[in-house]
Design a protein around this ligand. Structure first.
Ligand code: ZN
Ligand code: FE
Length: 254
């Protein structure tokens, strides 16, 4: 079984999982590049998995479902046209055609019903956890997003993180403003900049790398708390306060 990025729009990755014959796609914001990928490899689409309702994640869902008559999985907590099975935390599914077992986590924050799909050694987390960043809080509270990120952070350290956007280098630029002394961040920047220069995705990363370098997974660390407090001009005491301040800092960061 292999996982491939299909690039779409400015910076989206539509992830295709395939076994040489059948394929599933995660967050098909656009049908055309997915269809082209399937045709170029002679694959049949047997499942669609959606993490949340935003157009850049579900825009191609109807066309692909009509073409392939496949099952369409998505969050129980969001209104997405065309789902055949709705899922929430604690649910497990076997991806049709691939026999791949996935577990579902509720990860609200970016949107209210956002879910993540966890497999053996990997997670598809949509717009919740990004490489060195996290999604904007469109529908959730900072406390919800922090709890969602904590669930992802608790996955085994070698879990590969398949997020839905290539935002890594700009996220690292912000992370370095928060934590200029983090040597692992500097190493990550060199590595990921080299990947981009060679035309390669920086995704997937791993939970271990995110724990070392992602400021949004480090709200409990003294370094992040000190930087956020300095930036906010007052002492931030709790991880939620720290996370809230860092998320706001990132929103305003140019
Ligand atoms: Zn989104
Ligand atoms: Fe998105």
């Amino acid at each position: 079984m292999q996982i491939h990025p299909v690039a779409a729009f400015e910076d989206n990755y539509l992830w295709v999982i395939e076994d040489g014959r059948n394929a599933a796609v995660v967050d098909p914001g656009d049908a055309a590049p997915v269809q082209a990928f399937l045709e170029s490899r002679g694959l049949a689409l047997t499942a669609i998995l959606a993490t949340h309702h935003h157009g850049d994640h579900v825009g191609g869902l109807a066309a692909l479902a009509a073409r392939w008559k496949c099952e369409v999985f998505g969050p129980a907590g969001e209104r997405i046209a065309g789902l055949t099975t709705t899922l929430a935390e604690g649910d497990r599914l076997t991806v049709p055609g691939l026999g791949l077992e996935l577990a579902v986590l509720d990860v609200p924050g970016h949107t209210a019903g956002h879910i993540a799909y966890v497999g053996e050694g990997f997670v598809f987390c949509g717009d919740t956890l990004f490489a060195c960043g996290c999604g904007r809080l469109f529908e959730g509270t900072p406390a919800q997003m922090l709890a969602s990120l904590a669930k992802l952070a608790a996955l085994p350290p070698d879990t590969r993180v398949y997020c839905a956007h290539e935002y890594t280098l700009s996220n690292i630029r912000f992370a370095q403003a928060v934590e200029p002394g983090n040597a692992m961040l500097a190493e990550r920047k060199a590595r990921d900049a080299a990947s981009r220069a060679a035309g390669r995705p920086t995704v997937p990363s791993t939970i271990a790398v995110e724990l070392d370098t992602n400021p949004f997974l480090r709200s409990a660390s003294p370094e992040i708390a000190a930087a956020a407090s300095r930036h906010a001009g007052r002492r931030l005491a709790t991880p939620v306060e720290v996370f809230t301040a860092v998320r706001q800092w990132k929103n305003d960061f140019r």
